[in-house]
Design a protein around this ligand. Structure first.
Ligand code: NAD
Length: 492
């Protein structure tokens, strides 16, 4: 399929680089094609956007070997240069932001404005991470000993990312892995590999060979990577079910793992809120990226005194929302990113209907091309219904009535997940008390989904293991090393 034929000259040197086709992997600093390819579909049209290499076993081995070979040199590179490499990522992303955003919409589906936000935030993330300090702690400074604990890189990191935020979540791995002196083999989702393949291609000339490898492929590739004996650490973002398989594979070589997994985040809306002021935020907390956000509000508990007003404010916004092709001006929400997820969300809606649940917005599926689901709101379903208990990961939100705070905290905590959540009230002290009783790694008060490079982000229970971001997240890419010097007795 011909896209927009964008062909450009890179750095005025007459080198023709195509942004929207010609996708290769980056292995040992060089372009790598494969004997077979995978098609990447546009979820709005179900047409092929581009074909990408289907990495072979030998190529995967070569990428891990290249990362291993590059490791000592990168580890010993002064941190000032590693910081500069991250700044270069930021500059390269910024220089191509329009093209990246368009490519993002074509493969991921999100409307252009939201795609552009993710690209810009990716550049910001790399630039901010470049400023982070790796701490050195003096653990003893006595007459006989001097001890310092350093944080040293682990070696070869495997980064595995999902399709919902394919750009940012990859940078959450690239930036800390490279800053701390590790080398990386990154595997994007087979549904959304294009922006990362292109970023790696553009970075080839700015990094030593083997430091940053990007491979694309189908269902065999993730297990090959996680079981690879020469990988030291796996940083994984994806579903809880896959996270468990990753942990199992990692156990053989006792690889380090960080797992950022699924969630079923709750919002608690207390009776003193100003409904008009918060309705937009509540709406986007649930339906941003068509609900395909690990930290989206997936259950909204609303106090009975304001339930009807909040429900009507959200339903009104849902009825006015435009769901459509992300390249069309005026689309507020794009499609579900891929067919398997589309089928899962449709099944959840069908189950709700079969059980007689009341939709106050959406719920009717439209026939035609593209994985479109209308913004759908379910009115006070039973707590035990699938739409409450499961992670929808689509634009389907249950609204639930509650009477008192103890009761709602118990309902919120009765989940196998523990990613994040939010509390909405004018009473900040009460909100903080509630926050401390919620069993999640993050709680926002009167806002949602605020994540920054300096904020530790960690899931509890089956939402994950370990931490991303913040100093704590940076240190997950390192091992502590304590160096102790014996001091000579001083002459009297
Ligand atoms: P997924 O688990 O199906 O896939 C994630 C990645 O793992 C993909 O790159 C996939 O190819 C790869 N993979 C699949 N099977 C593998 C295996 N056996 N071994 C190694 N890798 C394998 O998840 P998804 O459907 O792409 O993403 C949606 C899920 O991700 C949701 O559950 C969502 O909540 C979660 N998520 C979590 C966070 C977070 O930070 N906690 C962020 C975004 C998404």
């Amino acid at each position: 399929m011909k896209l927009n034929g964008a062909i450009r000259h890179r750095r005025g040197e007459g080198i023709v680089a195509r942004f929207f086709d010609d996708f290769s992997m980056t292995i040992d600093g060089k372009a790598a094609a494969s004997p077979t390819t995978l098609d990447v579909l546009n979820p709005a049209t179900e047409e092929v956007v581009a074909s990408v290499p289907d990495c072979t076993r030998e190529q995967l081995d070569a990428s891990v070997a290249a990362a291993r070979k590059a490791f000592p040199g990168w580890r010993d590179t002064p941190i000032s240069e590693r910081r500069r490499a991250l700044v270069k990522f930021a500059e390269v992303i910024a220089a191509h932001a329009d093209d990246f955003a368009r490519l993002f919409t074509l493969e991921q589906g999100r409307p252009l404005a939201g795609a552009r936000m993710e690209i810009d935030f990716g550049a910001y993330w790399a630039a901010e991470m470049a400023k982070m300090e790796i701490p050195v702690t003096v653990t003893e400074d006595s007459q006989t000993r001097y001890s310092e604990t350093h944080h040293t890189p682990l070696g070869v990191v495997a980064g595995i990312v999902p399709w919902n935020f394919p750009f940012n979540l990859a940078l959450w791995k690239i930036a800390p892995a490279l800053l701390t002196g590790n080398t990386l083999v990154l595997k994007p989702s087979p549904f959304t590999p294009l922006t990362m393949l292109k970023l790696a291609e553009l970075m080839r000339e700015h990094l030593p060979a083997g430091v940053f490898n990007v491979v694309s492929g189908g269902d065999r590739l993730g297990p090959w990577l996680t079981a690879h004996p020469d990988v030291d650490k796996i940083s994984f973002t994806g579903s809880t079910a896959t996270g468990k398989k990753v942990m199992e594979a990692a156990s053989a070589g006792l690889k380090r793992v960080t797992l950022e997994l699924g969630g079923n985040d709750a919002a608690i809306v207390l009776p003193d809120v100003n409904v008009d002021e918060i309705a937009d935020q509540l709406f986007f907390a649930a339906f941003g990226n068509s609900g395909q956000i690990c930290i989206a509000t997936k259950r909204m508990y609303i106090h009975e005194d304001v339930y009807d007003r909040v429900a009507e404010a959200l339903a009104m916004r849902a009825r006015h929302a435009v769901v459509g092709n992300g390249l069309d001006q005026g689309s507020n929400f794009g499609p579900i990113q891929n067919r398997p997820q589309f089928e899962r969300v449709k099944d959840l809606i069908a189950d709700a209907k079969k059980n007689g649940l009341n939709f106050i917005a959406g719920g009717d599926l439209v026939e035609g091309k593209g994985y479109f689901i209308p913004i759908s709101i379910v009115d006070n379903p039973p707590e035990s219904s699938r739409v409450v208990q499961e992670e929808a990961f689509g634009p389907v939100l249950p609204l639930l009535k509650f009477k008192d705070v103890d009761e709602v905290i118990a309902r919120v905590n009765a989940s196998e997940y523990g990613l994040a959540g939010s509390v909405w009230t004018k009473d900040i002290e009460l909100a903080k008390q509630i926050a401390r009783r919620i069993e999640t790694g993050t709680v926002w008060i009167n806002h949602t989904m605020y994540i920054m490079p300096w904020t530790p982000f960690a899931g509890r229970k089956q939402s994950g293991l370990g931490v991303e971001n913040g100093v704590e997240g940076l240190l997950e890419f390192t091992a502590p090393q304590t160096i102790t010097v014996a001091r000579q007795p001083q002459p009297a």
